[in-house]
Design a protein around this ligand. Structure first.
Ligand code: AMO
Length: 429
């Protein structure tokens, strides 16, 4: 007999079924026991009417055979009259560290992270990762539909890519290597290698000394790079269409999960765009908020989102034209003002979730820019050489997967949207 998942039970009334899962709750009336069985798809009531299985404990993995019956009082109007039950493993805990069968798990974030294999048995906590899984699924299907190819680039690399000192050093035999801050150079090289349009879902590492609600030291980067573009607006257009595709899809596939978090996703139209200069002015005029040179800070991100929500009824806004000084060496300078770049950020519900832009594609321009940035092009010859052999105009962007998940579900901390977060203090589990 084949296993039935709880979600597929409804068509089987009167039939024998085989279920597997964990004991979620027990109500014991002596002769009669009601057990809620939980598998990855949901909960169903089991009825045991003999007096066996005394001392059955919560979270015991079970296999159950029985007959599916209607019961209007049970979850989804169904229950299983148990005919045979086997305990697949005896739990050996004294007390459960987390009351995971509470719908609104109220244990502290630290506890949930310490006992990850337990906290994620909670339906609402696991829902976060169902949404996350759909994001990566959509990223792949949408981009494949647009002629992009999936690539896998190395995470052990010989140099940083994003400027700054936020790189983890590792011992690589008798040399020094780094953990990749992003697949930046490699995704560009693959455009040059004739793939034209590429994407990657991969880990990125940042040795940031920030222990904040929105920073991780290891995160998943959804990277895109696209050749033969006209300008950075092609990229914003692509990301805008992806976000619309994603939200339309989530409304269908994750309706229950969104409901659990009381989220109504907006219908995405054209995402508003503003230059960084305009944003600085608005922040100053409206909110008396001064911004750091060439960027906005966390408070600025929240305030500008508030403004855009009021003015355009959008949770998203693209910020454009960041200055050369604040962008990495590969950023393409703006046609009209060479102090600025053809780069952008996407802010969603008060948080930067994407950086992107057009890249320099001329060999000599890139080499000279490296020298201007105080870098030695010879240290990056594997990358720079690609540009000798004819590199089309290109650009791309990267979305932080955990940040996007966190903001979609309006979670307070990025760690909640990370299976096993790595931050300054946490290296286990
Ligand atoms: P950037 O460094 O802005 O750009 O990173 C892109 C996106 O990745 C996410 N992100 C993070 N998420 C969690 N914790 C962190 N410490 C962290 N750092 C970054 C954010 C951010 O918007 N190579 C460029 C992208 C490109 O131009 O294609 C880059 O890596 O969501």
């Amino acid at each position: 007999m084949e296993r039935t998942y709880v979600k597929d039970l409804s068509g089987q009334i009167g039939n024998p079924v085989l279920l597997r899962g964990w004991v979620h709750k027990i109500r014991d009336f002596g002769k009669l026991k009601f057990i809620m069985l939980r598998d990855k798809t949901g909960l169903v009531q089991l009825v045991i009417s003999d007096q066996t299985h005394e001392g059955l404990r919560i979270e015991t993995p079970l296999e159950v055979r029985g007959i599916l019956q209607k019961n209007d009082k049970a979850v989804k109007g169904l229950e299983v009259q148990v005919e045979a039950l086997s305990i697949l493993a005896e739990p050996e805990y004294d007390i459960l560290p987390i009351e995971i069968n509470r719908e609104d798990l109220n244990s502290a974030l630290e506890t949930n992270l310490n006992y990850r294999s337990l906290s994620l048995r909670n339906v609402k906590k696991r829902a976060i990762f169902k949404v996350q899984e759909e994001i990566t699924e959509c990223f792949r299907t949408f981009l494949k539909g647009e002629m992009f190819s999936e690539i896998h680039t190395p995470k052990l690399v010989s140099s940083g890519t994003e400027g700054g000192s936020e790189v983890f050093t590792v011992k690589y035999f008798d040399r020094r290597a780094f953990l990749a801050q992003s697949p930046q150079f490699y995704k560009q090289m693959m455009v040059g290698a004739g793939f034209e349009r590429v994407f990657e879902v991969g880990h990125a590492y940042r040795a940031e000394l920030h222990n904040t609600w929105r920073h991780l030291n290891e995160y998943v980067s959804l990277d895109v790079e696209m050749g033969f573009i006209k300008d950075e607006f092609d990229l914003m257009n692509l990301e805008n269409r992806f976000m619309k595709y994603l939200f339309d899809h989530l409304k269908e596939t994750c309706a229950e999960e969104l409901e659990m978090y009381h989220i109504t996703l907006e219908d995405i139209g054209e995402i508003p765009k503003m230059t960084l200069e305009e944003v600085h002015e608005i922040l100053l005029d409206r909110y008396d908020k001064k911004s750091p040179v060439g960027n906005i800070d966390a408070e600025g991100e929240i305030l500008i989102s508030q403004y855009v929500k009021e003015k355009y009824n959008s949770d998203f806004v693209f910020l454009t034209k960041y200055p050369v000084k604040k962008r990495p060496v590969y950023a393409m300078p703006d046609d009209e003002n060479p102090e600025l770049t053809k780069s952008f950020d996407l802010i969603y519900k008060g948080l930067e979730i994407t950086t992107g832009g057009q890249r320099i594609h001329s060999y000599s321009h890139l080499k000279n820019n490296m020298i201007k940035f105080g870098l030695n092009p010879d240290d990056f010859d594997f990358y720079v050489d690609t540009f000798k052999y004819g590199m089309p105009p290109h650009g791309g962007f990267a979305i932080g997967l955990e940040r996007l998940t966190m903001k979609i579900l309006e979670l307070d901390n990025i760690r909640e949207a990370t299976l096993f977060p790595r931050d300054m203090k946490r290296l286990t589990p």
